[in-house]
Design a protein. Structure first.
Length: 86
């Protein structure tokens, strides 16, 4: 993540927004008493959705178990689940 001063961000805002939206860049914009992050709305919504899913009781454990099943080849193909469809 690239760090910028608020002045630099102001001077190049249009370009920064284009880079954030088109290339998924992320910028930390610093001021004297803190900083903020500039990300695309797509990435922001994705983060919000991830937080929402992980807040569901048992979801994290279920996802972890699924990853373990994939690693251990304990899964079925789509054909095995649905049968062969012509």
């Amino acid at each position: 993540m690239e760090k910028l001063t608020v002045t630099d961000a102001q001077n190049d805002l249009i370009n920064l927004v284009e880079l954030v939206t088109e290339e998924n860049k992320v910028y930390e914009i610093e001021i004297s008493n803190g900083s903020a992050v500039l990300i695309s709305i797509k990435n922001y919504e994705s983060l919000q959705e991830t937080l929402e899913l992980l807040s569901i009781p048992g979801m994290r454990e279920s996802l972890q178990r699924s990853l373990e099943q994939i690693t251990n080849n304990e899964t079925y193909s789509l054909d095995e689940v649905l049968g062969y469809i012509d």
